[in-house]
Design a protein around this ligand. Structure first.
Ligand SMILES: Cc1ncc(COP(=O)(O)O)c(C=O)c1O
Length: 355
């Protein structure tokens, strides 16, 4: 990763029409929560797609096409944002897109992918098995065509599948590169990163470890029912979790850490949290209903994951005794998505906190 050039990646995205997304300070919320500073990078406007995901897919797909101009169809499995981004980029590249989504994917998220002209298949399975189905389909189509005309664009890696996910992680660097330019003098003490398969968190962590003089403490946050990073850190090896429960944090509902992400996360994550949905719902409402002249932020279920982790920490006596968060702590969050399922978003922010 040391050989990756952030400016080459940034310039690639500029050519796609990328605009730097806002970095927002929420002093009143920080005061209310008893810490010094809350900084939020807001990805809800990224490339007009309501999430950060296109940064990775666009870069990975362009590099694949450069290598193999025979590609006719890009295929992906997704719990929403990645698939929408793959379909969006395929359109720009004049290619077809086929997107597999797990059962329980919301109608709104499927619609958003179809609106980018993708053919969408809903499987009877969870995210992990849906990824395998997309992979099998690609292999089958390429066998029939006797050449690689289908390209699997997956944001997670496993034995034998590393190149594309690495390029996707490379694409995510534009986001942290922007933050580095925007943050200037603020020293970040704690960075909360929500994790699905962990590729995004690993990408951000890798950039920070290379380019920041004072790397912050990194804390990952996952849904309780899909806590594969947490369990992997606990056991010291990459493990899958097997839980049939569901979570509103659809983008984080993954049961296996990406092979490549694990190599990075195991070295740089200081604490790993697995939290129930109640915290992400509360975090979404905190962002939506600002205090005094703090700015309102539209944070979707997975986007609010980092702040949800902070809220969970504040209620945990043992963590507070460790003084991870104090009145002099500056925290950085990345709101990775806006209201990607507006029906669910509106329902959640209208609810009152149950405490
Ligand atoms: C909004 C959002 N945030 C965070 C993530 C986590 O990314 P990763 O699966 O690379 O851990 C995702 C994944 O799809 C997502 O959609």
């Amino acid at each position: 990763m040391r050989s990756w050039d952030p400016l080459e990646i940034f310039d690639f995205h500029q050519l796609l029409g990328n605009k730097t997304t806002p970095l927002i300070h929420l002093p009143h919320l920080a005061k209310k929560l008893g810490i010094k500073n809350i900084i939020v990078k807001d990805e809800s406007q990224r490339l007009g797609l309501n999430s950060f995901k296109a940064l990775g897919a666009s870069y990975g797909m362009a590099k694949q096409l450069e290598k193999n101009p025979d590609i006719e169809t890009f295929c992906a499995a997704t719990d929403g944002n990645h698939g929408r981004s793959v379909a969006w980029m395929a359109r720009r590249l004049n290619r077809k897109s086929i997107v597999y989504v797990p059962r329980n994917t919301s109608k709104g998220r499927i619609e958003a992918i179809r609106n980018e002209h993708a053919e969408v298949y809903v499987t009877d399975n969870n995210y992990d098995i849906t990824v395998t189905k997309a992979q099998i389909r690609c292999d089958k189509e390429n066998k029939i065509a006797r050449k690689n005309v289908w390209s699997l664009v997956q944001d997670t890696s496993w034995d034998g599948y590393e190149e594309v996910p690495l390029q996707i992680m490379k694409g995510y660097w534009t986001q942290i590169h922007e933050i580095t330019e925007q943050i200037i003098s603020s020293n970040v003490d704690v960075l909360f990163l929500q994790a699905g398969v962990g590729s995004w968190a690993a990408s951000i962590a890798s950039y920070i470890m290379i380019y920041w003089d004072n790397p912050p403490m990194i804390i990952t946050v996952e849904p309780l029912c899909a806590n594969c990073v947490y369990e992997s850190i606990k056991t010291g090896k990459r493990v899958s979790v097997n839980n049939h429960k569901n979570t509103v944090m659809a983008g984080l509902n993954c049961r296996t850490v990406s092979k490549f992400a694990w190599k990075i996360l195991k070295n740089y994550v200081r604490y790993s949290l697995a939290i129930p949905d109640v915290y992400t719902k509360r975090a979404m409402r905190l962002f939506a209903h600002p205090i005094e002249d703090d700015k309102a932020i539209t944070a979707g279920e997975s986007g609010a994951g980092g702040m949800a982790g902070l809220l969970a920490l504040l209620e945990n006596k043992r963590c507070m005794e460790k003084r991870i968060l104090t009145s002099s702590t500056t925290t950085l969050f990345i709101n990775t998505e806006g209201d990607t399922d507006s029906h669910s978003y509106n329902k959640i922010i209208r609810m009152a906190d149950k405490r």
